[in-house]
Design a protein around this ligand. Structure first.
Ligand SMILES: N[C@@H](CCC(=O)N[C@@H](CS)C(=O)NCC(=O)O)C(=O)O
Length: 207
């Protein structure tokens, strides 16, 4: 089947994986185009002019239109599906967790993984190195908040997987790859990761 969508991505990025996971859970085929962000391939004049003026992946292409921002792309794919709650309050609560992911979780948990596991500590700037302890503390706080929330419920919103779980799963399940995060400190998060992985259609970041 010809895919209706093209995902401009760097496969190991959790932000890109969110969109692949959403598509997999929905059974929607996507074509993939890889860019090496370590080589600046999203900063070329062509990429900036044609794909995303913000110079970043992921970008979901639908026909001749380009949608940057991972959570917006997930929302676009999942609109009208059970991954978005029908209840109005739950729908807004799902967005709450997706916005929280971008502000409190991803800039700490994902950035430490990228800096330490991909860029390498020796290659960090002084400014980046100075931010390591603050990002570790903020990442730990984010994981704890998730663990507390999941102590009394199976998923972030309601009783089944929504885009809130997809968005938060992407970088949480690889948190130990950089920055010294220990998911063993967060048993409710670990149990939730296993629930997400048992969802029909689930696909791993390596797929
Ligand atoms: N808020 C954006 C973040 C996008 C982002 O930071 N992308 C990174 C990889 S995860 C990137 O393209 N970095 C390459 C660069 O900035 O040159 C989203 O959720 O999609």
């Amino acid at each position: 089947m010809t895919a209706r969508y093209i995902l401009h991505e760097y496969a190991q990025s959790g932000n890109c994986y969110k969109i692949r996971l959403t598509a997999a859970l929905l059974g929607v085929p996507i074509e993939r185009r890889e860019y090496d962000i370590l080589k600046g391939e999203t900063r070329t004049p062509e990429f900036l002019a044609e794909v995303n003026a913000n110079g970043r992946i992921p970008v979901l292409q639908a026909g001749d239109r380009f949608l940057p921002e991972s959570n917006a792309a997930c929302f676009y794919l999942a609109d009208g599906s059970p991954l978005i709650p029908a209840d109005r309050f739950d729908r807004a609560d799902m967005l709450r967790w997706m916005f929280w992911e971008q502000y409190n979780h991803e800039p700490n948990v994902a950035t430490l993984r990228f800096w330490l596991a991909f860029v390498g500590e020796a290659n960090l700037s002084d400014l980046q190195r100075a931010q390591l302890p603050g990002k570790k503390a903020a990442g730990d706080a984010a994981l704890k908040l998730m663990d507390d929330h999941l102590a009394v419920r199976p998923y972030f919103v309601g009783s089944s997987v929504t885009l809130a779980d997809v968005a938060l799963y992407a970088y949480t399940h690889v948190a130990e790859e950089g920055g010294g995060f220990d998911l063993g400190d967060h048993p409710n998060v670990q149990a939730w990761l296993a629930r997400v992985e048992a969802t029909p259609g689930y696909s791993s970041i390596l797929a």
